[in-house]
Design a protein around this ligand. Structure first.
Ligand code: ATP
Ligand code: MG
Ligand code: MG
Length: 552
């Protein structure tokens, strides 16, 4: 894969390594909260976190940031690790913020001893009212000047489980008039009598993100703590804690802009709602921007990695076009996907001059078709051809409109890799619907070329009726109809496309597709790239169409 990107994070790490800062070591971490499945936005963070570590010969730790017991689950932990591996990365170590609860608690007592933290008996409403606002200083809590001994006693009793949820918190004692709201005595601990998926019922108090994050980074020996821009205003607090705890070689936080895509939502909460409401079949529905959804849809991990790397890492929020991501998918699949023939809306084509054998059965011929013109080593496959074929209903018109060059009565076309055929008649049912097209073939054009050099204007895909398999094909439109879902009403789900999937249940595909491995992606000639479903045989999802719609 291509060399190191150049961006402000790489510049900073380069400088640190050159100056021997923090021992010249490089260690990053990817810190998901195990409360949902990873999505394309997380892929960006993974590529940055793991990429920086590997490009500098350092390490990347997977840290499960499990400090919110109510919403977290071990199933999510397992899925996160699987998805990271699917994306092509292997954590150097797997850690849990909950393993640091004891150390965090000890450090909190240390801050209390130093007069830098206090127990506040105000309720949530009073605390938030007391914080003030922009240009409006907060007011000190009436409990702010408690003596260290009293704070320590109360904090120990919080830990012992003596108090009700919401009755007290531990706050850092910084500055209620600070221009940065994050520094107005931020909360470090809340009381929650909740069962934690790893620590069980041991802790009735849980650390906040701000208190847990930097300290967890320090415990693990993180050197560069890379996160998204919304944490920029938290950085002074991140540094404040590490400074007051006198941590040596303290980690530093760097922020970059979140990855957002047009027509896509990457909020776990909204994605969860789509699943809960039954709009999606699951977190791994092929329309979901989760890594599981993208995998089912047939997006190669390598394409996602390249896209995330090459889309750039900046400090400016913007929405990338989803067509740009698709162009990476298409480029990767063009190189790797084998070609197959499939007919989505089948119409019977009968060759009236096709020969029969000595038993009166239609002759069966086999053509050697190239599996991938981009990759010779993929070789060829034998595809059966006979006198009854399936063609795309759309590829025949009884009365061809202007510029329609496909099959119509009297018109000759090429059946890809097989023969030239000329339509003679459309057979109809009593309602006037075309049920079959009759045609003749020219035996001299075997292989798809005329010895007399005559040309046809169109080449069509086909499947021999007696040698086809039935399949279901899922076609997709964007899951959201707006480029920036939610921009109009404030609620992204208002822009949900009610017709994002079309299931075609009578597709006919060439026999080789019966052997497609779960998840294998092939190109259906003329139709796009399609992924064999991971669970249901003979179900194919259209990954992307063939035409590149991306324009820079
Ligand atoms: P969500 O908003 O979907 O709930 P999150 O930020 O709460 O996501 P975490 O599990 O806390 O999810 O995220 C783990 C890491 O992934 C964090 O470092 C976070 O900054 C990063 N991340 C999440 N979403 C994106 C995104 N869209 N682009 C880049 N990084 C992201
Ligand atoms: Mg989070
Ligand atoms: Mg979030």
């Amino acid at each position: 894969e291509p060399g190191s990107p150049t961006n402000f994070i790489y510049d900073a790490v380069n400088a640190d390594v050159a100056q021997g800062t923090r021992g010249g070591r490089v260690q990053t971490r990817f810190p998901p909260e195990p409360n949902g499945y990873l999505h394309i936005g997380h892929a960006k963070a993974i590529v940055v976190d793991f990429g920086v570590a590997s490009d500098f010969g350092g390490r990347c730790v997977l840290r499960l940031d499990d400090t919110n017991p109510e919403t977290e689950d071990t199933d999510f932990v397992d899925s996160i690790l699987e998805d990271i591996r699917w994306l092509g990365y292997e954590p150097d170590e797997e850690r849990y913020a909950s393993d640091y609860f004891e150390q965090l608690y000890t450090w909190a007592e240390q801050l209390i001893d130093a007069g830098l933290a206090y127990v506040d008996d105000q309720d949530g409403e009073a605390i938030s009212a007391g914080r003030g606002g922009f240009g409006k200083p907060g007011v000190n809590s009436p409990f702010r000047d408690r003596a260290a001994a009293e704070n320590l006693d109360l904090f120990r009793r919080m830990r012992a489980g003596e108090f009700a949820e919401g009755s007290r918190v531990l706050r850092a004692k910084i500055d209620m008039a600070h221009e940065n709201m994050q520094l107005r005595d931020p909360i470090m601990y809340r009381i929650r009598h909740a069962h934690h998926h790893r620590t069980g019922d041991r802790w009735p108090i849980y650390p906040t993100y701000d208190w847990a994050h930097g300290q967890s980074d320090a415990i693990e020996g993180t050197t560069h703590s890379i996160c998204t821009l919304e944490f920029e205003s938290h950085r002074p607090l991140y540094d404040w804690f590490l400074d007051k705890l006198d941590v040596k070689d303290a980690p530093r936080q760097y922020e970059f802009a979140r990855l957002e895509l047009t027509y896509t939502v990457t909020s776990k909460r909204r994605l969860a709602k789509l699943v809960a409401d039954g709009v999606m079949e699951g977190w791994d529905d092929a329309r979901m921007p989760t890594l599981r959804g993208l995998k089912r849809r047939g997006y190669p991990a390598a394409a996602i990695r390249s896209f995330c790397r090459e889309v750039g890492t900046t400090r400016t929020n913007s929405r990338q076009s989803v067509e740009y991501l698709e162009s990476y998918v298409r480029r990767e699949l063009n190189a790797t996907a084998q070609r197959r023939m499939a007919v989505l809306h089948p119409l019977k084509l009968r060759l009236t001059n096709w020969p029969t054998d000595e038993n009166g059965e239609p002759v069966v011929e086999h053509f050697e078709l190239t599996n991938n013109p981009e990759r010779a080593k993929d070789g060829t496959r034998k595809v059966a051809f006979s006198g009854e074929l399936w063609i795309e209903a759309d590829d025949f018109r009884e009365v061809p409109p202007p510029k329609y060059f496909r099959l119509s009565p009297g018109r000759e076309v090429r059946l890809r890799g097989a023969y030239f055929v000329t339509a003679t008649e459309a057979v109809k049912d009593e309602h006037g619907n075309i049920i079959e097209v009759l045609a003749t073939y020219d035996p001299a054009t075997k292989g798809g070329n005329a010895p007399d050099g005559r040309r046809v204007k169109s080449t069509m895909h086909w499947v021999s009726a007696a040698h086809s398999e039935d399949a279901t094909v899922a076609l997709y439109e964007r899951l959201f109809t707006a480029e920036a879902p939610g921009e109009r009403t404030g609620e992204a789900l208002d822009d949900l496309n009610p017709a994002s999937r079309e299931l075609l249940s009578d597709a006919k595909v060439e026999r080789a597709l019966g052997d497609a491995a779960p998840g294998e992606v092939v190109q259906f000639e003329r139709l796009g790239y399609f992924a064999a479903d991971l669970d249901s045989p003979m179900l194919f999802h259209r990954t992307v169409g063939l035409r590149d719609e991306w324009a820079s």
